[in-house]
Design a protein around this ligand. Structure first.
Ligand SMILES: Nc1ncnc2c1ncn2[C@@H]1O[C@H](COP(=O)(O)OP(=O)(O)OP(=O)(O)O)[C@@H](O)[C@H]1O
Ligand SMILES: [Mg+2]
Length: 349
């Protein structure tokens, strides 16, 4: 009979559908992602994850700016209440074989043995779990950049759920979910995307169209070419992200504006105000900050420049009375106009 991990029975996360709703609220236009990842979370929470391996291993593929990294943050937010509960390894920093020592620590007798604190220690892994859930989230971003020695280390982790550090201590990763993101195949996907302007390819909440399936097979073929069959066999699910259409991008923009409001309420308390972004300014932010090729990558920066910075100006000048409605609009191309309505009936520019 198979043995199962002990999961998280006594500090049970309320896995009652609420988790799925919150996750899908945070991750827009990628319905397949929740479907593939959340069942593994549910197994973990029920104490039914198999022993001797991580609680779930996922390879996230697809075009840039479509939410691969965001998915992992969104899972941490829903499970632990904050996107800081992710141990993120940027594989771009481990492109040379010797750099893997930063992750596991140098063996005794080697230079740097005492100084190097391994990044993948048990304490670090445990530190990203929380009162709410015992599941740790480990993210290897841009896995295609990892050195061969790091890939061997990873293969060992995926195989046994155990990592041996340089000092011979063992790290248990059975209560850890491993995510690997990659842009493999993204160039080829890009070529597919641009000529069609993404009409048949973009994400909708309905089933995948033939275009999305084509992207999926491009990603999978690129991954199979790059990674060994042993490695691919140890992955529980390979998830292909779809390009985001205008509707999804608008939803992401609204989500980010809601976040600003939330932040203002939290920070300013009784001095808080209501922020409103006009449809005209929203359209401008979408045109400037999103595209079929780069997804929502530039949206945050665009919002920072055209919403947060002008808003900071009026806040710092003390121009916003508590409870005011602050309406942000666009005038003459790129000029941001801020109207402050002290109350609904008495607008003052
Ligand atoms: N599907 C999505 N739902 C919500 N927000 C998203 C989504 N896709 C992108 N974003 C926004 O865009 C930003 C960039 O997305 P993200 O970092 O997840 O891209 P990525 O797919 O990992 O791209 P890359 O391959 O370039 O790393 C996120 O921080 C988030 O604000
Ligand atoms: Mg990413």
């Amino acid at each position: 009979m198979a043995t199962f991990g002990s999961g998280n029975n006594n500090r049970r996360n309320t896995f009652d559908g609420g988790l799925a709703i919150e996750f899908e609220r945070l991750l827009v236009g990628q319905p397949g992602v929740a479907k593939q990842i959340l069942p593994f979370v549910e197994m973990f929470e029920a104490g039914l994850s198999p022993e001797g391996r991580p609680s779930g291993v996922f390879l996230l593929l697809g075009p840039t700016g479509t939410g691969k990294t965001r998915s992992v943050e969104a899972l941490a937010e829903t499970l632990h209440g904050s996107n800081r509960h992710v141990l993120r390894i940027d594989c771009g920093e481990y492109q040379m074989d010797h750099e893997v020592a930063k992750l596991v620590g140098a063996p005794p007798g080697y230079l740097g043995h005492r100084e190097t604190q391994p990044l993948l220690s048990q304490a670090r892994i445990n530190s990203v779990s929380s009162e709410k859930s015992a599941l740790s989230i480990l993210l290897f971003d841009e896995i295609e950049k990892a050195a061969p020695s790091m890939m061997r280390m990873l293969l060992g982790i995926l195989d046994r759920g155990i990592l041996r550090l340089g000092d011979n201590n063992l790290v248990n990763l059975e209560r850890t979910m491993i995510f690997m993101t990659s842009n493999l195949g993204a160039d080829k996907m890009q070529k597919e995307l641009v000529p069609t302007m993404g009409f048949s390819l973009t994400a909708t909440n309905e089933a995948k169209g033939p275009g999305a399936r084509r992207l999926e097979s491009i990603g999978l073929a690129a991954a199979k070419k790059k990674f060994s069959p042993e490695f691919m066999n140890r992955i529980d699910a390979t998830i292909a992200y779809q390009p985001l259409d205008d509707k999804a991008l608008t939803q992401i923009l609204n989500l980010q504006i809601d976040n600003i409001q939330h932040h203002v309420d939290l920070r300013m308390g009784a001095r808080s105000f209501e922020l409103e972004v006009t449809a005209k300014l929203k359209r401008f932010l979408l045109d400037k900050g999103t595209s079929i090729e780069y997804g929502a990558r530039e949206l945050k920066r665009t919002i920072q420049r055209f919403v947060l910075q002008p808003l900071a100006g009026v806040i710092n000048k003390g121009q916003i009375p508590p409870g005011a409605l602050v309406e942000m609009d666009l005038k003459n191309g790129e000029k941001i106009l801020i109207r402050i309505h002290a109350d609904e009936d008495d607008p003052e520019d």
